[in-house]
Design a protein around this ligand. Structure first.
Ligand code: IMP
Ligand code: MG
Length: 184
């Protein structure tokens, strides 16, 4: 795997390198181009985690589309309640009759996407689908599956390519596994 980065913190082990990421994004872009051809599409990124993946993904989609973002945070992670999502910034676009593709960095417990998908569905779109770069099924707490998945990962803490630990490492050009000594 490629390791010639000047920014290669010794707190992470590389899991998916830049070339593998770009290859996967191109594959997803092709699939999504076919899926949404001729449809009125809004690509909705959940910030902050999706910003790097989203910017690569929309450039791999050969379509007319609108880009929107929502800033959401989850809290009360120990509860099973479906109301524990906070929308810090909402999108203004009218979703009536539109096809919405929600783009997420990682599907973990699933609480965030479970809630956001419900909120979006109430706004009258023609369809709502989910594209996540990473899927960590081992930690799922809700009945949710992404429609499009980049990579399935083990139950480890992931950083880079948009994903953070305490707001750091989002700009790493690869996906890494944070060494447990850093957060334990
Ligand atoms: P949920 O548990 O599926 O609701 O995931 C909520 C959010 O937690 C994701 O959008 C990520 O921002 C964050 N998250 C979950 N797992 C990881 C990880 O391994 N690294 C960094 N962020 C994560
Ligand atoms: Mg996050």
């Amino acid at each position: 795997m490629e390791t010639n980065f000047t920014m290669h913190p010794d707190c992470a082990e590389i899991l998916i390198g830049p070339e593998e990421l770009q290859k996967k994004v191109k594959e997803l872009g092709k699939i999504l181009t076919e899926e949404y051809r001729g449809k009125d599409l809004i690509v909705l990124g959940l910030l902050k985690g999706s910003f790097v993946f989203m910017s690569d993904l929309v450039r791999a989609m050969d379509l007319d589309l609108d880009v929107e973002f929502m800033v959401v945070s989850s809290y009360g992670a120990s509860t099973q309640s479906s109301g524990n999502i906070k929308i810090n910034l909402d999108l203004k676009a009218d979703l009536t009759g539109k096809h919405v593709l929600i783009v997420e960095d990682i599907l973990d417990t699933g609480r965030t996407l479970y809630n956001i998908r419900d909120i979006i569905r109430l706004r009258g779109p023609e369809s709502v689908k989910i594209c996540t770069l990473l899927d960590k099924p081992a930690r799922r707490k809700t009945d949710i599956k992404a429609d499009f998945v980049g990579f399935t990962v083990e139950d480890k803490f992931i950083i880079g390519y948009g994903l953070d630990y305490a707001e750091k490492y989002r700009n790493l050009p690869y996906i890494g596994v944070l060494r447990p000594e850093i957060y334990q």
